[in-house]
Each structure stands twice: as C-alpha cells, then as structure tokens.
Ligand binder design. Structure first.
Ligand SMILES: [Zn+2]
Length: 197
C-alpha cells in the first residue's frame, strides 16, 4: 500500500509539491485508490480539487465514480491546461481517467507540482492493444511515485495488467463499454490477440 510521504501541512512549505501516478488495467481499482488518497487528504484539511476529462460522460457528470460507487465530486475539463487556472490554489489535485487527457498533461502536472501542489493522477497505462496510453508514459516518467495496481485475470486467476477487448471495434476509446473488456494476464492477453489475427 502507498504511504504518503506527507499528508498534512508541515514546516517545509517550500518543499511541498510532487506527482503520484496510479495506473493499471481496467478493473484494477485505480479510481478506488485515488479516492482513498484524496479522502485522507481531506481528513488532513487539505484543499482538494478533482478533475477528469470532459469526454468521460459515464455515470454522473460531476463525480469521480469508481465501480463500487464510492465516489467524490469532480470537475470535467476539456484540456489539461485548464487545471493550472482551476487547481493552482489547491493543496492536492486529483486527476481521474488521466489517459484521456492531451499530451500537455505531464507538463501541466510538473507546473502544478513545482508550485507546491500534490498531484495524484489515476489512469490506464495501456490501451486494449497493450500499447502505452496517451500522456501516461510521459507522466509516469516525471512522477516521484508510480503505483501499478493489478486486476485479476478472468481466464486463469493470475495477476492481470491488460485490458482485453472482446468487441471488434478498432477505436482506442470505448467509453462506458466495460462489458466489452476483460482483465487478463500477459499469457491470456497474448493468446486472445493471436486468435483475433
Ligand atoms: Zn490469465
């Protein structure tokens, strides 16, 4: 389990600000882990803002919603850049579905962290083809802390890090279509991809 280096305010106000990334496949509990960390920051009376890409229209427009409906209110925004204006005065900025943001995300997170904000971003590390997803690789590179969370392979029960798509669509993003995906381990993912060819 990730233990925060610091939760509340301390004397090193000039040393505040860092980046945490929570990543993994679908059904790995990324959002639950994001919510857990944000709730702890709130208990420590930190000013917390949560952003998600406005393309994510699943469930409620204003909530970061995890699959177990343990949710926190969030603000949908169009561009990563918007976070500089809206999140600059916060102690903690949470980002959900980070993989859907534009390539400017890493730079924005660095600016926020440099100005003293603790940034916690959750997102898919790989798309359904097993390729690095959007701005995630760059973000993971500049983060102090990267936590990979894992799902359980629905085929064999091993640790799963792939989001395998059953549907035939070629689009990278199939929002709200969780029924068409399975968490799979490396072996079962590769077997499935071979059969598709
Ligand atoms: Zn498996």
């Amino acid at each position: 389990m990730f233990i925060e280096p610091r939760v509340g305010n301390d004397n090193h106000s000039s040393h505040k600000g860092w980046i945490e990334v929570i990543c993994g496949s679908m059904f790995s509990g990324k959002t639950e882990e994001l919510i857990r960390r944000l709730k702890r920051a709130k208990i420590a009376r930190q000013k917390v803002e949560i952003f998600k890409p406005s393309t994510d229209k699943r469930y409620h427009e204003l909530d970061v919603v995890s699959h177990d409906s343990n949710s926190i209110r969030s603000t949908p925004i169009g561009f990563a850049q918007d976070m500089l204006l809206l999140g600059g005065s916060c102690d903690v900025v949470g980002i959900d579905e980070a993989q859907f943001f534009d390539e400017g995300l890493a730079e924005v997170c660095v600016k926020l962290a440099n100005s003293g904000v603790r940034v916690i971003a959750a997102g898919l590390d790989m798309d359904y083809l097993g390729k690095p997803f959007g701005p995630m690789p760059a973000l993971m590179a500049v983060a102090e802390y990267v936590t990979k969370v894992h799902a359980v392979c629905v085929r064999c029960g091993d640790i799963a890090n792939y989001s395998y798509r059953n549907a035939a669509s070629e689009e990278q993003v199939l929002l709200g279509e969780t029924d068409s995906y399975e968490a799979r381990c490396r072996h079962c993912f590769t077997e499935g991809m071979k059969k598709k060819r």
